[in-house]
Design a binder for this molecule. Structure first.
Ligand code: SAH
Length: 355
């Protein structure tokens, strides 16, 4: 049995069943054995591929988006260019390379990376060795004296969520318990005291609540309202509420989320409507969510791909085409992935959105 499963089983033996969020927290972020704490899960040889790893065009277009938004806001200097959960650091590297077109943007930008995993921090340090970046532990660690320009790709979907199951007319938290040497789901015996869930549902229905994501958005929105700036979120998600979306991926295949904690990535779909509501209540403007394909097409993905193709050999041309297809095809990442932006009250329109 893997060491983390043993650790989780002994916690359950001592404390009783744990919530799904506590389980995911250990599976992904246990300091010793957590999935993200150990190394590099991204890319063709890893467990899954994210958009920045699919094609450099993704980061280039997002870099241009930030330069444009910065220009439209009167070129504030200095400002914080922040990435939440940067993975390998590829997105930020591609953004900064593209931003060389506007040296003033780079001079004004102070790059901040929010990352939990020491192993990923050291990868990011290598990827971004030419940028003078700083690392922070949480959104509370963001400086408050300059505008914030925040980007997060596939960050929210990696935050632990709680699940609730409708049993005998009430919502019960879905817990993880021990069955011999295996882990299994079980509803908590007492109904949950959580008033955001609908009153009516069918037996067995599941709802997800990501209190950690709510906290990140609330903290960011309060900063944006005071400090000015914007935040761009790209993630796998729904426009509004949904059932059980917990998914484990190992070596590009779906896996059982409870079978080998620490060995597979665990994600849930982002509930964009819930996050948008929190931001709007704090008077922050919300644009989207819109499909990733719509966003990237309006930023000129086809023109950029054509430009790169002109200078490429046949092999590279094929790679460019596959990359673009993967990012925008509705069968791949094009519509499952959504883009949502937050911006401070009374700020100019954002490129790529009709809002
Ligand atoms: N954005 C990257 C990686 C996505 S994976 C890409 O698109 O390739 C999620 C990332 O978020 C990992 O780097 C993970 O370690 C980080 N992460 C998750 N929860 C975090 C938290 N609460 N604070 C900081 N980083 C976190």
């Amino acid at each position: 049995m893997n060491a983390l499963k043993e650790k989780i089983l002994s916690r359950i033996a001592a404390e009783g069943p744990i919530t799904l969020a506590q389980y995911v927290q250990m599976a992904l972020y246990d300091p010793e054995h957590g999935y993200y704490m150990k190394g590099d899960p991204f890319g063709a040889k890893g467990d899954f591929i994210t958009a920045p790893e699919v094609s450099q065009i993704f980061g280039e277009l997002i870099g241009l988006w930030f330069v444009q938004a910065w220009e439209d806001r009167g070129r504030p200097k200095p400002f914080h260019l922040v990435e939440l959960g940067p993975g390998r650091g590829t997105l930020m590297a591609d953004m900064l390379r593209t931003a060389r077109l506007r040296p003033e943007f780079l001079t004004a930008a102070e790059v901040l990376l929010m990352e939990t995993s020491p192993a990923l921090r050291s990868l990011q340090r290598q990827t971004l060795k030419d940028a003078s970046a700083h690392w922070i532990d949480s959104v509370a660690g963001l400086a408050d004296e300059a505008p914030l320009y925040v980007v997060a790709n596939e960050f929210l979907d990696a935050l632990p969520v709680r699940q609730f199951v409708f049993v005998d007319g009430r919502w019960h938290e879905r817990m993880v318990t021990a069955k011999g040497n295996e882990l299994a789901f079980v509803p908590a015996p007492d109904p949950a005291q959580i008033d955001t869930l609908p009153k009516h549902a069918s037996p067995g229905d599941v709802m997800e609540v990501s209190l950690i994501a709510h906290g990140v958005i609330a903290e960011l929105a309060s900063r944006l309202a005071l400090q000015s700036g914007l935040a761009l979120f790209i993630d796998y998600g729904h426009e509004s509420g949904h059932g059980d979306s917990l998914q484990a991926v190992k070596a590009h295949q779906y896996a059982d989320p409870l079978a080998e904690p620490g060995e597979a990535d665990l994600t849930t779909r982002v509930d964009f409507a819930a996050l948008a509501k929190i931001a709007r209540e704090m008077k922050v403007q919300v644009c989207g969510p819109i499909a990733q394909s719509t966003f990237l097409e309006s930023l000129g993905i086809h023109a950029r791909a054509e430009r790169l193709r002109r200078e490429a050999d046949a092999n590279t041309r094929a790679m460019i085409d596959t990359g673009v297809e993967r990012l925008i095809s509705p069968k791949q990442m094009g519509t499952l992935f959504k883009v949502m932006a937050l911006s401070s009250p009374d700020s100019p329109p954002l490129p790529g959105f009709k809002c």
